[in-house]
Design a protein around this ligand. Structure first.
Ligand code: ATP
Length: 213
């Protein structure tokens, strides 16, 4: 639990939903959205901001060079290649992007208060790796067996096994994430998701009533 972050006067809990590639974060978040929970897609918002925010663009170009951007936005292939095995370049990229992304999330949360829902959900692949868990009250980790995740992503994205495994090997393991999470949702293909989500939804509502005053 991260109750120390709740402080006084908190009126809306912030719940992070994370998990490795192919674990089923998006499916879980879709269920919460159907339950009227406001949903922030951290990865989509980050892509949008990095592609279109001029201040971010200027800083990225000044470090990575003009070919960091193509017409439509960030040249992901170029950046991926630069940061894949270069920790310093990754640190610089994070230092440029994290503060504006955090501000965007905070502003979005402030706007949601008008809707008076007791909690919001932030879907993000890298809650712990990016330290963004510090802005959340509770973190939920979605897990599924490795083989299941690999075949889901191969099928969804048309990637090869080697490509998927390379991504997985760069991510934190489920064990690391579970250790730091407050709740875990099991999502192998044969597990029923909805009952787990309803129980969790109820639990978070109770926590909101307890802490969100
Ligand atoms: P990413 O990190 O790549 O965004 P994700 O964790 O958000 O992945 P999803 O996109 O929700 O994962 O799921 C990956 C794929 O697996 C999707 O095609 C989804 O339809 C499928 N999938 C997820 N959960 C299940 C399930 N319980 N049964 C069958 N298919 C599933």
């Amino acid at each position: 639990m991260h109750l120390s972050r709740l402080g006084g006067g908190v009126s809306m809990l912030r719940i992070g939903i994370t998990g490795g590639i192919g674990s089923g974060k998006s499916i879980v978040c879709n269920y919460f959205e159907k339950l009227q929970v406001p949903l922030y897609h951290a990865d989509d918002e980050a892509t949008r901001l990095i592609d279109h925010n001029l201040k971010i663009r200027k800083k990225i170009i000044s470090f990575f060079g003009e070919d960091a951007y193509a017409k439509k936005g960030l040249n992901k292939a170029v950046i991926r290649q630069r940061v894949f095995n270069d920790q310093k370049a990754l640190t610089v990229l994070n230092a440029i992007t994290h503060p504006p992304l955090m501000k965007h999330f905070n502003d979005w949360c402030a706007a949601q208060k008008k809707q008076k829902h007791p909690f919001i959900i932030k879907e993000a692949a890298l809650v712990f790796e990016s330290n963004s868990y510090q802005m959340l009250d509770f973190v939920v980790c979605v897990v599924a067996p490795l083989e299941t995740r690999i075949s889901r992503v191969m099928q969804r994205d048309g990637k090869t096994r080697v490509e998927v495994e390379r991504i997985i090997n760069k991510q934190w393991s489920d064990e690391e994430k579970i250790k730091r999470s407050d709740f875990v949702i099991q999502n192998p293909d044969d597990e029923l998701l909805l009952p787990q989500i309803l129980i969790l939804h109820d639990l978070i509502l109770k926590k909101s009533a307890l802490y969100g005053k």
